[in-house]
Design a protein around this ligand. Structure first.
Ligand code: IMP
Ligand code: MG
Length: 177
């Protein structure tokens, strides 16, 4: 952590995460009743969320992963997305749910949605643990949202700052000391 940065308060506790993820799993299980669903986790931030979420889903579930990065090192998304790891298998005629940690500008998901739609899935939905609607630039409306959060820099439960703090079991934020 930079020495002028401290953790803010716990924004979402372990218990709140578990409760909300149970609800999301139930909702997804109802929406896909009698069907199979492919959950695509976006590395690395969504790993903890995906692994907890799929244990709450009762319909047949498969998982796959993609890794993407925005070009440019600025904190603001540059609008151009590069794929670092693509899916292992095709998605044609499958029910796909993209699982993200957080939607900020929406640029990453806007690109990913178009990219995956090109592969002709049966359906495509977006599930994000956190949503920062205030920051939206791209036209993206997630189908499943865990929590709306304020415009702060969030860490924990998969979300990082320079690859650190992903292992915190709760959601907090970084603040100026
Ligand atoms: P977007 O393309 O601007 O929506 O950016 C989405 C990606 O930026 C997320 O998948 C995260 O990896 C990262 N990100 C956005 N906001 C935060 C944050 O507050 N904390 C940690 N990572 C973030
Ligand atoms: Mg991410």
């Amino acid at each position: 952590m930079q020495n002028n940065t401290i953790f803010g308060k716990v924004m979402i506790s372990e218990e709140q995460l578990a409760q909300r993820i149970k609800e999301l799993g139930k909702q997804i299980s109802e929406d896909y009743r009698g069907e199979e669903v492919l959950m695509i986790g976006i590395l690395k931030g969504a790993v903890l969320f995906l692994s907890d979420l799929i244990r709450e889903i009762t319909v047949d579930t498969k998982i796959d992963f993609m890794a993407v990065t925005s070009y440019g090192a600025s904190t603001k998304s540059s609008g151009v997305v590069r794929i670092l790891k693509d899916l292992d298998s095709g998605i044609e005629d499958l029910n796909v749910v993209i699982v993200e940690d957080i939607i900020d500008s929406g640029v990453t998901l806007h690109y990913l949605r178009d990219y995956l739609m090109g592969r002709k899935p049966k359906s495509l939905k977006i599930c994000t643990l956190l949503d920062k609607p205030e920051r939206r630039e791209a036209d993206i409306l997630p189908d499943y949202v865990g929590f709306e959060v304020e415009n702060k820099f969030i860490v924990g439960y998969g979300l990082d700052c320079d690859q650190k703090y992903r292992n915190l079991p709760y959601i907090t934020c970084l603040e100026e000391a």
